[in-house]
Design a binder for this molecule. Structure first.
Ligand SMILES: NC(=O)c1ccc[n+]([C@@H]2O[C@H](COP(=O)([O-])OP(=O)(O)OC[C@H]3O[C@@H](n4cnc5c(N)ncnc54)[C@H](O)[C@@H]3O)[C@@H](O)[C@H]2O)c1
Length: 312
């Protein structure tokens, strides 16, 4: 009973070197052919190279997920090349931003647009490509813990990820008559594990999470002003352990979960959200787990990338 995506074709949006590339690699390692979308040609090239050196098959599907003609165009190019589409992963998004007192209308609109229109248009035209061909496919929307709970400093991100969560349920209803499933997946600050990205961050003097190794991390969102009326938005002292299993995992953990959710074993799972975070979201606000070093920890990670570590 092996999970296999052999014979399936996937489209992953926003294949930057962190989560998008990890999900694309996972789908390829489980046997799918993968079309890689991004606005960055460099990210697409790097993702295709990563898939190919790991024995998979990939193609480029470049372009802006918010432009309907562009979306139709790259989906058509996937159909022209491979004749079908079984899986769409709506991963492209703009992260970061600022809190409600400081966010600009321009940034708010831009961030919401990428997530809202990108997720809608790729689900619309991906769903049509499936329905027209009688393909009982799977559409995944990448959410975030910020779509379920509040954090200071990320008002646009919180707004669009919250929208993604109910989009999943409504689109699942629209597509259920065709046997097409729509589900969300919720990561919580996974630890990057793409060897190329880790090497790049090391070269820049950054830690694996992209935070300066020498100084305090900037946390989520932009800085607040220094007017007299300002109040701090977050605790800056030492934090107690926050994750029940000691780790929120990696993009590889997300990739295994997405591959299973896109497999035929998950044929009746639709309109739901799969949380891959070591129990972080389930935790009661007043409960702090024991220190990670005192925990048994999860099972060892089943790795998917055979790339030897890149030189830092
Ligand atoms: N990194 C985290 O800690 C974290 C946590 C929870 C959820 N997520 C979600 O996971 C997904 C990936 O996160 P990531 O950390 O890999 O982000 P990332 O910024 O590294 O990658 C996002 C990619 O989307 C692309 N993109 C942006 N706008 C686009 C557009 N209009 N058209 C096509 N591509 C576009 C970017 O070029 C980039 O490569 C996002 O949906 C994010 O919200 C991330």
């Amino acid at each position: 009973m092996e999970i296999s995506l052999e014979g399936k074709v996937a489209l992953v949006t926003g294949v930057g070197p962190n989560i998008g590339s990890g999900l694309a690699l996972a789908l390829a390692k489980y046997g799918a052919k993968v079309a890689c979308n991004d606005v960055s040609d460099d990210s697409i090239k790097a993702c295709i190279a990563r898939i190919e050196r790991n024995g998979g098959e990939a193609m480029a599907a470049p372009g802006d997920v918010t432009d309907e003609e562009v979306v139709k165009g790259y989906i058509q190019s996937v159909l022209d090349r491979w004749g079908r589409l079984d899986i769409v992963v709506n991963n492209a998004a703009l992260l970061g931003g600022r809190g409600v007192l400081d966010e600009s209308a321009e940034t708010f609109e831009k961030m919401v647009k990428v997530s809202a229109l990108g997720t809608f248009l790729n689900t619309k035209h991906g769903g049509r490509a499936m329905a027209e061909r009688g393909i009982k496919g799977s559409i995944i929307c990448v959410s975030s813990s910020n779509g379920w709970n509040g954090s200071a400093g990320v008002i646009a991100y919180a707004f669009h990820k919250g929208g993604v969560n109910n989009f999943v349920r409504a689109a699942a209803m629209d597509l259920a008559p065709y046997g097409i499933r729509v589900n969300g997946i919720t990561p919580t600050a996974p630890n990057p594990d793409n060897p190329e990205l880790l090497a790049e961050r090391a070269r820049q003097g950054l830690g694996p999470g992209g935070v300066l190794v020498t100084g305090p991390g900037p946390g989520l969102g932009g800085p607040t002003g220094d007017e007299e009326w300002r109040r701090p938005s977050r605790w800056t002292g030492q934090r107690p352990p926050m994750v029940p299993m000691g780790t929120t995992g990696t993009p590889t953990d997300l990739g295994h979960a997405v591959a299973w959710l896109c497999s035929d074993y998950a044929r009746l799972i639709t309109g739901t959200d799969l949380v891959v975070d070591g129990g972080a979201r389930a935790k009661n606000f007043a409960y702090f787990p024991a220190a990670p070093e005192d925990l048994a920890g999860p099972l060892p990670l089943i790795t998917l990338d055979d790339t030897p570590p890149f030189e830092g």
